[in-house]
Ligand binder design. Structure first.
Ligand code: MTE
Ligand code: MTE
Ligand code: W
Length: 638
């Protein structure tokens, strides 16, 4: 009997039109747990570095986390992995809601898709009955609209993930939308390339857990404590201090400037009035007591969701000082299926090129004078790949700058590894963050940071209080935090350890399916996350029957992180690629930065090119990687 997982993958080949239900090897779960970890192993095995992102041989894998469908509160994430055309590297994207859990209830731990359909199709997975169906009636339809159409056609209880026009047109920043959730960053384009418009799932089976009584004993109080704890879940509801923080610290336009003192009472009033008027209700994800997203509706009936600081980002990028503009943009971009982090940056970049005279009226005929209208115009040409500029912008800032030429590269200053970053502009380089931006392979800082506070606490009494009962933290971090004085850089040793801990927690979440808002993302503001390295082993053991402790869990997370690195090394990733956005910090310290990077590589057991050594790989049971690296000349055998 398999516990916590179904023990089956669904393998779809869209070129051949074949569908297979394949029993999986339980040893893979011992080694990788599931989710992104197991998906990385599958991509390592089946997608060699010669395979181009748009090749039919590229895979897109939707994985349900190992703990999804067990009683563990907040375990519901579906991780999406593929090779991205934006970076030619491994992609980590993720969605919550009800999609990953429905997949497991239908009897599958993951859906592995290869090939390319000759015409637009969707998948209908109704427990054991799986069909590839014609989707010509969905062509050009919005991502939310498609979900509604398929639910009406198939089953009102089906859970659907769909792409919009952007994905269909292979726009690099295309998202995959599902209910209030989105696999937002970089995976939608591959789904579109495979001509897969949507996946609809209905599942009514059961999942076995290894020790139900003991697991329930842990989960019931946890559910209550999460519900009662204001610090768990997304705090970014209409909270003026949070909105103020984002508006003042995140940069406006094409990630250029911060506007101190902007978030006045009037702005807050505009936020509350506009948002209260539009809000239908607060919504959450499967088996989570937190309602951390809002369902909003515009006057004409268009609905969309907002979460995190999505509400602010479009108005900041366009310098349009009205929340109703952000909501109009969110309504449009959700239907088009566009990533809410990359898109505002991309559109602001194009406006800046126009204002600098790099793009002209010849490139952008009838380009409006009004900023809001400019954003609508640019969004439309991008999702349709219209004209030279629309087609260039559809490949994201990095590639667009190079296609446009004429000096446009200078305006691409907010990407890391060719991916648009959240537009932060800060003072002096922060070394743990430097390392996270430079070496991260999840591409968004929000998916790497989180376990350790972002800044020191000046008040010693408060510091002591924070450290007291900080269950999530390994002992050495408590000491470092206690000794951390304002304006002092954490040492190399501290910085690499902080980075490592942050990463490990995220790699755990993305293999077991727990929401980062309850664990890996919640420690940085001095909060007490519901889940951490010390309590998760028990949850995982009771659910899955695997024997785990903190050290073993850390080792699995290290294995998964190293395997993702190895996939990317094999696709060409090297030290030279590892840099934060060019002017992310006003004051940089290039020499010191390189010393920290050396320290990080040494700590990880990687060469000074950022490649795991044979010894590191072999210790993690990744000897098949070291053999491959030696054969390819990526590592030498001595
Ligand atoms: N959970 C996991 N496991 N991994 C993640 O990267 N990202 C968090 C949260 N939970 C994240 C996660 C962030 S920053 C957001 S905004 C939400 O998931 C997005 O979830 P959604 O797709 O349900 O909207
Ligand atoms: N884009 C769309 N379309 N919808 C969203 O909900 N969430 C944003 C961003 N882009 C979001 C979005 C937030 S808050 C985060 S943290 C990242 O996507 C999550 O990226 P991922 O879904 O690729 O993991
Ligand atoms: W977020």
């Amino acid at each position: 009997m398999r516990y916590a997982e179904t023990g089956y993958n669904l393998e779809i080949d869209l070129s051949r039109g074949s569908i297979e239900r394949v029993e999986t090897d339980p040893r893979l779960t011992e080694l990788h747990l599931g989710g992104q970890g197991t998906a990385a192993k599958i991509i390592w095995d089946r997608v060699p570095p010669e395979t181009e992102p748009f090749s039919p041989d590229n895979l897109i894998i939707f994985s349900s986390g190992l703990l999804n469908c067990t009683p563990v509160p907040g375990a519901n994430r579906c991780i999406v992995n593929t090779i991205s055309p934006q970076t030619n590297l491994f992609v980590n994207s993720m969605l919550g809601g009800y999609f990953g859990t429905e997949m497991k209830y239908a009897g599958y731990d993951r859906i592995i898709i290869r090939g390319k359909s000759p015409n637009l199709v969707y998948l209908w997975i109704n427990n054991d009955k799986v069909e590839i169906r014609d989707a010509s009636h969905l062509q050009g339809k919005g991502a939310m609209e498609t979900q509604g159409i398929l639910q009406a056609e198939l089953d009102a209880s089906a859970q659907v993930a769909a792409i919009g026009l952007a994905g269909e047109n292979r726009v690099y920043g295309a998202s995959i939308e599902h209910a209030s959730s989105a696999a937002a960053r970089m995976a939608g384009v591959v789904m579109g390339d495979k001509r897969l418009k949507a996946i609809a799932i209905r599942g009514t089976k059961d999942i076995n857990v290894a020790h139900p009584t003991e697991l329930w004993g842990l989960c019931e109080p946890k559910y209550k404590s999460i519900a009662d704890d204001p610090e768990n879940g997304d705090p970014m509801r209409l909270d003026p201090s949070n909105d103020a923080w984002h508006m003042e610290n995140f940069a406006w336009g094409n990630a250029r400037e911060r506007r101190r003192g902007y978030f006045t009472k009037d702005v807050y009033k505009n936020d509350v009035t506009t948002t209260d008027k539009a809000r239908l209700r607060w919504v959450g994800c499967y088996n989570c007591p937190k309602m951390c997203k809002q369902m909003l509706e515009l006057e004409d009936g268009r609905k969309f969701f907002t979460k995190c600081f999505n509400r602010l980002i479009y108005m900041m990028a366009a310098y349009v000082e009205d929340f109703s503009f952000s909501y109009e943009m969110l309504a449009r971009t959700t239907e088009y299926g566009m990533d809410g982090f990359a898109t505002p940056q991309l559109l602001a970049f194009a406006v800046e090129l126009y204002e600098a005279g790099v793009l002209t009226n010849e490139d952008l005929p009838d380009f409006p004078a009004d900023n809001a209208e400019r954003f609508f115009y640019l969004l439309d040409i991008t999702v349709r790949r219209e004209g030279f500029v629309g087609d260039a912008l559809a490949d994201g800032v990095y590639w667009a700058a190079r296609k446009i030429g004429r000096g446009a590269e200078k305006y691409d200053h907010n990407t890391t590894k060719k991916v648009e970053q959240v537009p932060l502009k800060l003072g002096k380089v922060n070394f743990p963050y430097y390392l996270m931006y430079a070496t991260g392979e999840k591409m968004s800082i929000t998916q790497i940071e989180g376990s350790y506070p972002q800044a020191p606490e000046p008040d010693l009494e408060k510091r002591k209080k924070l450290v007291e009962g900080w269950e999530a933290a390994p002992e050495r971090f408590k000491k470092w935090f206690l000794e951390w004085e304002p304006r002092v850089d954490p040492s190399i040793e501290e910085s690499v350890n902080i980075t490592d801990w942050n990463e490990m927690m995220h790699y755990v979440d993305d293999s077991i399916g727990t929401c980062a808002w309850l664990s890996s993302f919640r420690g940085q503001f001095g909060c007490r996350p519901a889940y951490h390295m010390y309590n998760l082993p028990e949850f995982i053991s009771y659910a899955s029957g695997l024997e785990l402790d903190t050290d073993k869990l850390w080792k699995i997370a290290t294995r998964n992180r190293t395997l993702v690195r190895a996939i990317n090394n094999r696709r060409g990733l090297r030290r030279i690629d590892e840099a934060p956005p060019a002017d992310h910090w006003k004051i940089r310290e290039p020499e010191k930065e390189q010393a920290y990077l050396d320290g990080y590589y040494a700590f990880k057991g990687w060469t000074n090119e950022g490649i795991p050594t044979k010894e590191t790989l072999d210790k993690l049971g990744l000897d098949y990687v070291s053999e491959d690296f030696i054969q390819r000349g990526i590592l030498t055998s001595d």
